[in-house]
Design a protein around this ligand. Structure first.
Ligand code: AMP
Ligand code: ZN
Length: 133
């Protein structure tokens, strides 16, 4: 596996994902253990570990995609707001060492505490089909 990295393997198409967006720079797919309905990850296709080793131009390009995808999610799903999360290092809860942005849809009055719930693969597939751009 390239860079021994699961997100590179997803970007290469070596392992499947519930893809919702792809272009030459970035890829977005549903988190398989979501915090909330529609929890989506956005990655640059080129491997870097975290925020600090990622070139500014890449960050700017990926964040523009984060904005575009979040706007789409906000209209396509029940979604009153959203969090953008980006974890760096194990201490911060980073489990996959390929830089990524979380888009976490939120509802008014939800009681979301950031905790993964086991994903339903069929439901995730339907949702990715619904959201794919
Ligand atoms: P972080 O804790 O910021 O490193 O986030 C990594 C996220 O990747 C977690 O929320 C995982 O649920 C998610 N994740 C891990 N493997 C996959 C995968 N194969 N497809 C989609 N999401 C994944
Ligand atoms: Zn990678």
């Amino acid at each position: 596996m390239k860079n021994n990295c699961i997100f590179c393997a997803i970007a290469e198409g070596e392992i499947p994902s519930f893809k919702v967006y792809e272009d030459d720079v970035a890829l977005a797919y549903l988190d398989i253990n979501p915090f909330s309905f529609g929890h989506t990850l956005v990655i640059p296709k080129v491997h870097t570990e975290g925020l600090l080793d990622t070139p500014d131009e890449t960050l700017a390009a990926v964040l523009a995609r984060v904005k575009k995808i979040a706007a789409h999610i906000k209209t396509a799903l029940p979604c009153d707001g959203f969090n953008i999360l980006q974890n760096n290092g194990e201490a911060a809860g980073q489990t996959v060492k390929h830089v990524h942005f979380h888009i976490v849809p939120r509802m008014n009055g939800d009681t979301l505490f950031f905790e993964n719930h086991k994903g339903d693969m069929d439901a995730l597939k339907r949702l990715a089909d619904r959201l794919r751009m």
